[in-house]
Design a protein around this ligand. Structure first.
Ligand code: ADP
Ligand code: AMP
Length: 217
């Protein structure tokens, strides 16, 4: 039962790779971004608090996201977990150690997707997803096989994230550099950090990750 973190700036491909790992290895993707968007859509107290922070591209409080992760970890009992978009601060990384320890879990790998910042803006501006099943697409890099129809579920409704615009993306990148990058040494010092070339095509990135998880890299 493996527990891994996918780390990288917005648009690095964390969600794309987490979905593949979920499908191929039966692991469970825990995305704090998805949890927060669901809370916003449902109008819960957490959602009401998080909405404006997310629209600005800033980080939601450590207490809120750590509590969300704790709940989901309990629901994922017995399965390996992929942390996607969490932890994003040193405080969250420390909270994760405690949450895992309380459940007799430990981290196996922290995988950093290395990418080029200008390409990220392109990836994010072109990103959209199926409104019904959540499958991810991109205007240029991964359009649906039949234009306007979801490959997975056949739905014809799609949506774009309100924070996927250029101004907000710049803020999200700055937040990543200022608050998230500093946690890399925290994991490197423990020998957990592995780097993959995130600019490669989706299947190549997936192969690099597979090699790490299978102990071949
Ligand atoms: P993150 O979860 O890190 O924010 P996503 O997985 O949502 O990133 O990817 C952002 C966008 O880039 C999506 O539209 C996705 O289809 C596309 N994408 C992901 N990985 C790659 C890749 N290796 N090459 C080209 N486009 C990619
Ligand atoms: P993401 O889907 O990972 O790109 O996250 C979208 C937005 O949700 C971010 O820009 C933050 O506002 C918020 N968010 C997601 N995960 C976290 C986290 N671990 N800590 C703080 N804010 C988060």
């Amino acid at each position: 039962m493996m527990n891994i973190i996918l780390l990288g700036p917005p648009g690095a491909g964390k969600g794309t790779q987490a979905a593949l790992l979920q499908a191929n290895r039966g692991m469970i993707q825990l995305s704090t971004g998805d949890m927060l968007r669901a809370a916003v859509a449902a109008g819960t107290p957490i959602g009401l608090k998080a909405k404006s922070v997310m629209e600005k591209g800033e980080l939601v409080s450590d207490t809120i996201v750590s509590a969300l992760i704790g709940e989901r970890l309990d629901e994922a009992a017995g399965a390996g977990v992929i942390f996607d978009g969490f932890p994003r601060t040193l405080h969250q990384a420390e909270a994760l150690d405690i949450l895992l320890g309380q459940r007799d879990r430990h981290l196996d790998y922290v995988i950093e997707l290395e990418v080029d910042e200008e390409a990220l803006v392109k990836r994010i501006i072109g990103r959209f997803s199926c409104a019904k099943c959540g499958a991810n697409y991109h205007d240029s890099f991964h359009p649906p096989r039949v234009p306007g129809v979801c490959d997975i579920c056949g739905s014809t409704e799609f949506r774009r994230r309100p924070d996927d615009n250029e101004a907000t993306v710049r803020t999200r990148m700055a937040e990543y550099r200022a608050k998230t990058e500093p946690i890399l040494p925290f994991y490197a010092d423990r020998g957990l950090l592995r780097r993959v070339a995130g600019m490669a095509p989706v299947e190549d990135v997936a192969a690099q990750i597979d090699a790490i998880l299978d102990g071949k890299s």
